[in-house]
Design a protein around this ligand. Structure first.
Ligand code: NAD
Length: 291
């Protein structure tokens, strides 16, 4: 039976560590760290993610604020909000929750974010430093995955890691982190990869971030592989109060018996992404306050 990589448990441990740090700072007379989330439109999943992020802030003693805009808001207004947050002294970090409505350019918004407040680690300047020893703010999901592997003492050095999905927020930075600081041999697969199974079958560690429930099945995985499932797709489920269930990209039933370690969905990577956001905000805060 595979060891479950329990992101919920590990994120709680991280939150306890940060809570103690925040408490020490405020006892010394400093203000608490402040994270702001900008939410545009009424996307159900985004709403859930932002609420969970705000809740985590409360739990560790951060100040948190949510700024909401209607889906019809103009790009100029969001850019002006970004400029305001960049200047606001009492804000240590902020996120603009993705996805944004189609008429707003994600690229333009991200380019404008002050790199010292970029706690999602999406700006080109922070992205460009991913493989540096003294990196700054790392993209939250890959950072959370590396932390989860570390806490379960899963080494990446010399391992063959296969990353499936090459998005700017997960797959691509994940592959750089693994090949760079992680010293792994990395294969990066995506929609145009021919014979995906031939690659995944060679992997010591598979990290899949695609958004296609059940894409990775037992026959695509070698015995003893470590499986990290980033996928979170809402699938209709009348047995749930919410009317939907969250499904990963891994067919858990057929993959788990072959894996040495595996993340569940939910409760694996998701909570670790939030923990990374909290860690990044703490890093940004300490730099801002010269602590
Ligand atoms: P995306 O939607 O931007 O891109 C998907 C990637 O998958 C692309 O690179 C594409 O080439 C690749 N792909 C599509 N079909 C494929 C196939 N059949 N075989 C191989 N590759 C294929 O990706 P994203 O924004 O990284 O999101 C991926 C999934 O991860 C989604 O389910 C998303 O909800 C989830 N996600 C979860 C977290 C978390 O914290 N748990 C964070 C970010 C994203």
């Amino acid at each position: 039976m595979a060891v479950i990589l329990d992101g919920r448990k590990v994120s709680k441990e991280i939150e306890e560590e940060i809570k103690a740090e925040v408490s020490a700072c405020t006892k010394n007379g400093h203000r608490p760290p402040h994270l702001v989330a900008v939410l545009v439109g009424e996307d159900g999943a985004s709403e859930t993610y932002v609420t969970a992020k705000m809740k985590a802030c409360d739990e560790v003693g951060f100040k948190s604020s949510m700024i909401r805009y209607d889906a019809t808001v103009t790009e100029e207004i969001i850019l002006a909000e970004v400029d305001r947050l960049n200047k606001e002294e009492g804000v240590d970090g902020y996120i603009v929750q993705l996805p944004l409505p189609a008429h707003i350019s994600v690229e333009k918004i991200i380019d404008r974010i002050d790199t010292t407040k970029d706690v999602d680690g999406f700006t080109p300047a922070n992205f460009g430093k991913i493989d540096q020893e003294h990196h700054s703010l790392l993209p939250a999901t890959p950072m959370g995955i590396i932390e989860l592997l570390k806490r379960y003492v899963i080494k990446t050095k010399g391992k063959h890691c296969v990353v499936v999905g090459k998005s700017h927020i997960v797959g691509m930075p994940m592959s750089i982190l693994l090949a760079g600081p992680g010293d792994a041999t990395v294969t990066l697969c995506h929609i145009h990869t021919k014979n995906l199974a031939a690659h995944t079958r060679q992997a010591d560690i598979i990290i899949v971030a695609v958004g296609k429930p059940g894409l990775i099945t037992g026959n695509m995985v070698k015995e003893g592989a470590v499986i990290v499932d980033v996928g979170t797709t809402r699938v209709a489920d009348s047995s749930k109060k919410s009317g939907f269930a969250l499904k990963g990209d891994v067919d858990f039933a057929s993959v788990e018996p072959k894996a040495s370690h595996i993340t569940p969905v939910p409760g694996g990577v998701g909570p670790m992404t939030i923990a990374s956001l909290i860690m990044n905000t703490m890093i940004a805060y300490k730099k801002r306050m010269n602590l």
